[in-house]
Structure formats: structure tokens, C-alpha cells
Ligand binder design. Structure first.
Ligand code: HSE
Length: 374
């Protein structure tokens, strides 16, 4: 039976992945081996009523025995272990959530509903490295899949509203802690419906600015605020998150579809785990709004086209409506009053599902199927 090693399965993305793999009965297809960086020798998760033991994630000897390794352990682990295994002559498949290897020639960025063809061709060439894409990139491409398929997009500007989960589990906790600290600072005023709202606002602001406000992870307040920069400063005016939009999108599309120009600003907001993006799309052809809606709706089975009305938009097109689901909600589709063939769309998708765990779960299954049928 094919042996698949899991590293980083207990973290946030790893846990969502495990949950999805149980839901889809993936564990029946191979022998899972669980690795740990800190709990070696202890009990691992129970899989199909079988107990498992935790192996040492730093033991290249143990990892070498795996046919496939799926890592959600993060970039530092990848940087350390991947080259060592390659040097040892390991020929297994490496599946990774971290961005470290994404843009290397060895790696395919996996988003199979869009680049199955690229995956198949790379597999046949002997490719062994498969990396999940940046969350906003994967979620955006799935949202506009129907337009991509017809090569209709000249450029797209994505202005993002990214959830705390993209920054990590500790950041999600910090967001809620910040909310609590803000709330506590005006408890008395809130209890009195007649209290002066400007005084409440003033107190909230001074709580945010106080040195005791919890900002260890975000370094600034996110609750009641926003952060207009995500990831490193590339010192050319762009953030690394913004740079990824263009390069990763086109690496995914390459070989299947025409390239498209992608750019925009990436912003962190106080949502928990679903990323939203306001898209401005320049089409290279004149279409009417019904045709555009039809194309978007037929992009793939996960797109959920939300009618462009107030009622539907506020109820169905939000992180609160989408979180925990595989749906890619797309709404606010209309012709913009700017120049010809420019449309708007607003899309929301779960950052931990299609934005992280799901493409990895699916490539594992694809590779298992290929290995079993060869
Ligand atoms: N970089 C993303 C974010 C998450 O910070 O939201 C991972 O793709």
C-alpha cells in the first residue's frame, strides 16, 4: 500500500485537511504515517479505528520510506528537509502548503479544477513537487474560472479583504482578544443606551492606541481597524502578497489558458477565515450582463453566483455566509460605468478550504489514483 507521510497535520491548515480527508474517506486509499516535530513516540490520530504512533519529522531516514509526503509544517521545515531528501535521492512526491517552492521550476502550483492538464503533463514528465497556491490567487481563479475558460480576460484588478486566518492561528485569536479588549473598555457606556457615542468612539480609539492593547501578532490593531499591507515589503511599492497575484496566477494558467495581467492592493480586515476580493475585470470582448453571469456561474461546481441585489448580497456574499463551505460565492457582477467591457465582481471563499487545504487534498488523491492505475 502507498505510504503517505503527514507533517504539520495538527496545525490550522493541517487540521482542516484532516477533517476534509475523513469526510471524503481518503484514508482508505493509502497507509498514513504521522510525523511530529515535538511529540515523537506519542499517539497520533486514530484513523479508521486504527491507532497510530508519531514519527520524528526531522528523521530524513523515516521520511525517506514514504512514497509521498504532505507538509503543512511551514516554510522553515520545507527549506530544511526538502533539499536533504532530494540529496539523499528520495523519489517520492512532495506535497506542500508552504510558499517556499512555489515559483521554482521543479514545482507545479496545484489547482486541479483549473490546471488538471498541467498536472497531468507534469506527472507524465516525472514531476514530483506539488505546491498549493496563495489563497487569494486560488480563490480568485476559481471565482472567474468561467471567464478564464473562454480566454475573455484582458486584466483583472483584485482589491482584497483578507481574513485573520491567512496570517495564522495566533492572529485569529488576537483578533478576538482585541475585540474583547475594545468591548470591555466601553462596557459601562454600552449598558447605557443614552451614553454619548462620540465618547464611546474616543474611548475605543484610546484603547486601541494604548500600549497594553494586544498587538503581538499583527503589531497594530485589526479589530475596529484594517491593515493595508500583507506580507513583506518588496521595496518597489508592492507587497509580496500583491506580487503573488500576477506571478502565481499566470504560473497556474500557463499551458492551459492565455496569460492575464493581475494587480491590486491586499488588505487585512477583521474577518475570521474567509477572504473577500473586489474584482475589476477588463474583458476583451463585448458581452451582455446575462452572458457574463451565465459564464461565471458555469465556471465550476463550486461557484455560487449571487444575484446582484442588496438582499442577496448582504445575506449570501460575506465571510459569515461562506466560512466552512467549499462554495466560491461570486456576486455584485455589473457593468462598470468607466469604459467599455469593464465589469465588477465581488467574491468570497474560505481561506482554509479552497484557499489552502482542498487543493492539497485533491492533488494527493490525484497522485494516489495515478500511482494505483499505473
Ligand atoms: N498570504 C495569505 C494571507 C494566506 O496572509 O492571507 C496564505 O495564502
Amino acid at each position: 500500500m502507498i505510504k503517505v507521510g503527514f507533517v504539520g497535520w495538527r496545525g490550522m491548515v493541517g487540521s482542516v485537511l484532516m477533517q476534509r480527508m475523513v469526510e471524503e474517506s481518503d484514508f482508505a486509499l493509502f497507509e498514513p504515517v504521522f510525523f511530529s516535530t515535538s511529540q515523537v513516540g506519542k499517539n497520533g490520530p486514530e484513523i479508521l479505528q486504527q491507532k497510530t504512533l508519531l514519527h520524528d519529522a526531522y528523521s530524513t531516514h523515516d521520511l525517506f520510506e514514504m512514497d509521498m509526503i504532505l507538509s503543512c509544517q511551514g516554510g522553515t521545515f520545507t527549506e530544511d528537509i526538502y533539499p536533504k531528501l532530494k540529496k539523499m535521492g528520495w523519489h517520492g512526491h512532495w506535497i506542500d502548503a508552504a510558499s517556499t517552492l512555489r515559483m521554482t521550476d521543479d514545482a507545479v502550483i496545484v489547482l486541479d479544477p483549473i490546471n488538471q492538464k498541467t498536472i497531468d503533463e507534469a506527472y507524465n514528465r516525472g514531476n514530483k513537487t506539488w505546491v498549493g497556491g496563495n489563497c487569494t490567487v486560488s480563490l480568485m481563479l476559481l471565482a472567474i474560472h468561467g471567464l478564464i475558460k473562454e480566454n475573455l480576460i484582458q486584466w483583472v484588478s483584485s482589491m482584497t479583504y483578507q481574513a485573520a486566518s491567512g496570517a495564522g492561528a495566533q492572529n485569529m485569536r488576537e483578533l478576538i482578544i482585541q475585540m474583547g479588549e475594545l468591548n470591555s473598555s466601553v462596557k459601562t457606556e454600552l449598558a447605557d443606551p443614552q451614553s454619548d457615542i462620540l465618547k464611546v468612539d474616543q474611548k475605543i480609539l484610546s484603547t486601541m492606541h494604548s500600549s497594553s492593547f494586544s498587538t503581538k501578532n499583527f503589531s497594530v490593531p485589526l479589530a475596529g481597524n484594517l491593515i493595508p499591507w500583507i506580507d513583506q515589503d518588496l521595496n518597489d511599492g508592492r507587497s509580496k502578497e500583491e506580487w503573488k497575484g500576477q506571478v502565481e496566477s499566470n504560473k497556474i494558467l500557463n499551458g492551459s489558458y492565455d496569460p492575464i495581467n493581475v494587480d491590486g492592493l491586499c488588505v487585512r480586515i477583521g474577518a475570521m477565515r474567509s477572504h473577500s476580493q473586489a474584482l475589476t475585470i477588463k474583458l476583451n470582448k463585448r458581452l451582455n450582463i446575462e452572458e457574463i453571469n451565465e459564464l461565471i456561474d458555469s465556471g465550476n461546481q463550486w461557484v455560487n453566483l449571487i444575484p446582484n441585489s442588496r438582499e442577496y448580497s448582504i445575506k449570501k456574499l460575506s465571510p459569515a455566509a461562506v466560512s466552512g463551505k467549499l462554495d466560491i460565492a461570486v456576486g455584485r457582477v455589473r457593468m462598470l460605468n468607466l469604459e467599455d467591457n469593464i465589469i465588477s465582481a465581488f467574491t468570497v471563499g474560505d481561506q482554509l478550504l479552497w484557499g489552502a487545504a482542498e487543493p492539497l487534498r485533491r492533488i494527493l488523491r490525484i497522485l494516489i489514483n495515478k500511482a494505483q492505475s499505473s
